[in-house]
Design a protein around this ligand. Structure first.
Ligand code: HQG
Length: 181
């Protein structure tokens, strides 16, 4: 991803996940925005992004954060919202084990109360340890947690898989968690 694309991606994340009203944009209940309206409102707020640039941000984004509707007239963030939207993912059976990366300073609290979604809509997990370690390093000294997702699923917890392979759930109770070796 080029620097200019990273900047555009940050601006789009902010608008599509957290503050559409900051540019006067409305999202529908599933988080979709009309692309032409989005680009014209961004331009009015001193962010000039062409349709071609938007296409390449969506295609090249390192975490595949955004997606277009099938007819490419609408765009949304794939996850990570802090505003109330319903992503309409279907519950699916998870793999036996999932990983969550966190910082060592959060461990005590996590081992006491489980993993909470904090400011987001879900707890984010992955089958990929390296990705989770990268996520963890954003917060401090990385610790990898192993989640007994099969056990949770057997106990009735729901899991959702996003198109960019992030696993989501509501809460991971401590009995399904351990520090990964
Ligand atoms: C921790 C990025 C104390 C949790 C990444 C995490 C990811 C607790 C932090 C995506 C806790 C929340 C999500 C508890 C959880 N006590 N701390 N009970 N339960 N925590 O950023 O998972 O760049 O909201 O371990 O790539 O780090 O946004 O979640 O350390 O996929 O596209 O509280 O965000 O993607 O931090 O990251 P976050 P996350 P984007």
């Amino acid at each position: 991803m080029k620097d200019s694309e990273r900047q555009m991606s940050k601006r789009l994340s902010y608008v599509l996940r957290h503050a559409p009203e900051s540019i006067g944009l409305s999202l529908d209940s599933a988080g979709w925005a009309d692309v032409e309206i989005l680009l014209s409102l961004l331009a009015k707020h001193r962010t000039h992004i062409s349709r071609a640039e938007l296409d390449s941000v969506v295609a090249n984004n390192s975490k595949q954060r955004f997606e277009f509707s099938d007819d490419r007239s609408r765009i949304r963030a794939r996850q990570g919202h802090s505003i109330p939207i319903e992503l309409e993912y279907e519950a699916v059976a998870p793999p036996d084990v999932l990983f969550h990366g966190t910082a060592d300073r959060f461990l005590e609290s996590i081992l006491a109360e489980g993993l909470r979604k904090q400011g987001r809509h879900h707890v984010h997990m992955s089958t990929d340890k390296a990705t989770m370690l990268e996520v963890a390093r954003r917060h401090g000294k990385a610790v990898l947690l192993e989640i007994d997702s099969a056990g949770m699923h057997d106990s009735g917890f729901e899991f959702f898989l996003t198109a960019n392979n992030v696993w989501l759930t509501d809460h991971v109770p401590t009995e399904f968690l351990k520090v990964s070796e």
